[in-house]
Design a binder for this molecule. Structure first.
Ligand code: 5GP
Ligand code: MG
Length: 520
């Protein structure tokens, strides 16, 4: 960023929250203001990434990229959008991974190809980064600056691979030909939106970890991370990009091909927290899933209380469901500052102690003397609930019963959510009662895995639940590459193969892993 290069996500930077997936957007629409459509598309996807934003536009003969650190509304203005003229665009809103909150790592990534250029945006996280880096090094001229890649950036490796493929005679392949060769070799989570000068492409990994949808404008096509972004730019939902599918859109219309067999494992945490409530994933609305999680939670973990309140905003739908099923009235117990988000002001120690209060203020008149059920979507480190419970007691709550609409998070995510390290996850090593005590709650309960899964209406085998049950749907790199304590509790692992954490190259694993390895 301008200045010290470190942005604080929260008003309380000491309380580094888990970081989300990114948002991607693409549009092919001659005659439309594609940069502005991308701007509003990204604006609708801002919750998926708030670190940097970028838009690349093609006018048919050249691609221009504009990107910077900050929110979509901070990065772009009339002038910059006005300079991005063309008939198609790709856009990206990003949460950086550990230590790489830099302009260079903002997306879309851009590369020259043998035919022109390519711009690419990525939501997800790859798990065979080391292998991809080797493939880049083996490209003709792989060690020249043209192919040089920032070590921590898995996305740029893919862009380099797509840009650098050649046929047997050494002639450069087109981006489309290159994609057919490269995509089957990429492992992990990817929803890619990319383009060359004439064609918009979108591709989704065989598991379909992250969402990606296709929409239609009167005079064009749109792809976006979430269906809500289609609504907002006035596109009608056509269908999802299928797991293992790549689509291409140009003046000849839409064509599709399958680069891998679909093995659907959509991220269940999209339903719990990540996606907007007005988004549908795999045909299921996110808001309805969250309300249903709350209803089931009430059935599984009832409590005698006077009022159900939500931890705003993400806990609200589940709190509504809990109230409905339990018959306990729902009320607003906390007021959230609607403008809270990224701030460039580093709070002093005195201000930092205010912590969560900078974001949430209790409604004392509502809370005083009440036995409360406080519903939130998830507990990661436990900081939010611990601070909240203290604040509610100070506001006069008689009892505080915490109910969480997802099971305990015990495992790191390698597929696009930068959760805490295993050691930092409060549910790792503590029982639910112990966690409740540590948070200062009168009682604590989580929804069951089955209750959460059934609320999505998606068949359990079709969901990735790895952060809850440790069943990773994609083979992870050798445990020696994943480091010490990471997979220790998994049966069948040979603990003697665990390597020295310090010997692990940041390249080898994704952001969750890097983070999980580097900190105690
Ligand atoms: P904790 O305070 O326990 O570390 O984090 C839990 C809180 O963070 C919950 O209120 C939940 O809504 C929120 N949360 C859960 N997952 C994510 C995420 O991936 N990114 C962000 N920014 N917040 C999250
Ligand atoms: Mg929350």
């Amino acid at each position: 960023m301008r200045g010290d290069g470190r942005l604080s996500h929260d008003l309380d930077p000491g309380e580094k929250g888990p970081r989300d997936a990114c948002g991607v957007f693409g549009v092919w629409a001659p005659g439309e203001e594609v940069a502005k459509l991308s701007y509003f598309g990204l604006y609708a996807l801002q919750h998926r990434g708030q670190e940097s934003a970028g838009i690349a536009v093609s006018n048919g003969s050249k691609i221009l990229v504009f990107k910077d650190m900050g929110l979509v509304s901070q990065v772009f203005d009339e002038t910059s959008l006005g300079s991005l003229q063309g008939h198609m665009a790709v856009g990206h809103a990003r949460y950086s991974t550990t230590g790489s909150s830099t302009w260079e790592n903002a997306q879309p990534t851009f590369r020259a190809t043998g035919h022109g250029s390519i711009a690419l945006g990525h939501n997800g996280n790859l798990v065979n980064t080391a292998e991809l880096a080797e493939m880049v090094a083996e490209l003709p001229g792989g060690h020249t600056p043209r192919h040089r890649v920032a070590a921590t950036n898995d996305t740029d490796l893919v862009t380099a691979l797509l840009a650098g493929q050649t046929d047997d005679e050494g002639r450069p392949l087109t981006v489309e030909e290159a994609a057919e060769r490269v995509l089957p070799r990429v492992r992990g989570a990817f929803s890619f939106v990319f383009m060359d000068e004439t064609t918009l492409y979108a591709a989704r990994d065989p598991q379909g970890f992250r969402p990606l949808v296709l929409g239609r404008l009167e005079r064009g096509w749109v792809v976006a991370s979430e269906s809500a972004a289609l609504d907002i730019v006035g596109a009608s939902f056509i269908r999802e990009i299928e797991p293992g599918e790549m689509i291409a859109v140009d003046e000849n219309g839409l064509r599709t091909r399958r680069f891998a067999e679909a093995k659907p494992r959509g991220c269940v945490f999209e339903y719990v927290y990540l996606a907007r409530p007005d988004t549908d994933i795999a045909g299921r609305n996110v808001y309805l899933s969250r309300v249903e999680m709350g209803r089931r939670l009430a059935g599984e973990a009832p409590v005698d209380a006077d009022l159900v309140i939500a931890t705003p905003e993400s806990g609200t739908p589940a709190a509504i469901g809990y109230a409905e099923a339990s018959g306990i009235p729902y009320g607003s117990g906390l007021v959230k500052n609607a403008y809270v988000g990224r701030t460039f002001i580093q709070p002093s120690q005195t201000i930092r102690q205010l912590g969560i209060r900078l974001k949430l203020n209790p409604l004392k008149e509502v809370i005083r003397g009440k036995r409360l059920v406080v519903v939130d979507d998830s507990i990661v480190r436990g900081n939010t609930q611990r601070a909240l419970i203290r604040m509610l007691r100070e506001a006069g709550a008689a009892e505080v019963h915490v109910r969480i609409s997802s099971p305990p998070i015990k495992w790191p995510c390698f597929f696009g959510i930068d959760f805490a390290t295993r050691a930092e996850l409060i549910a790792n090593g503590l029982t639910t009662d112990e966690i409740g005590t540590s948070l200062g709650a009168d009682s604590l309960a989580y929804i069951s895995l089955e209750g959460m899964v059934e609320s999505t209406t998606i068949a359990k085998p079709d969901l990735c639940r790895a952060c809850f049950d440790g069943e990773y749907p994609v083979e992870l790199p050798d445990p020696t590459l994943l480091g010490k304590d990471l997979l220790e509790e998994r049966p069948g692992r040979d603990s003697t193969r665990h390597s020295d954490v310090d010997g692990v190259d940041a390249l080898v694993t994704g952001p969750g892993a890097g983070d999980a390895l580097r900190r105690p």
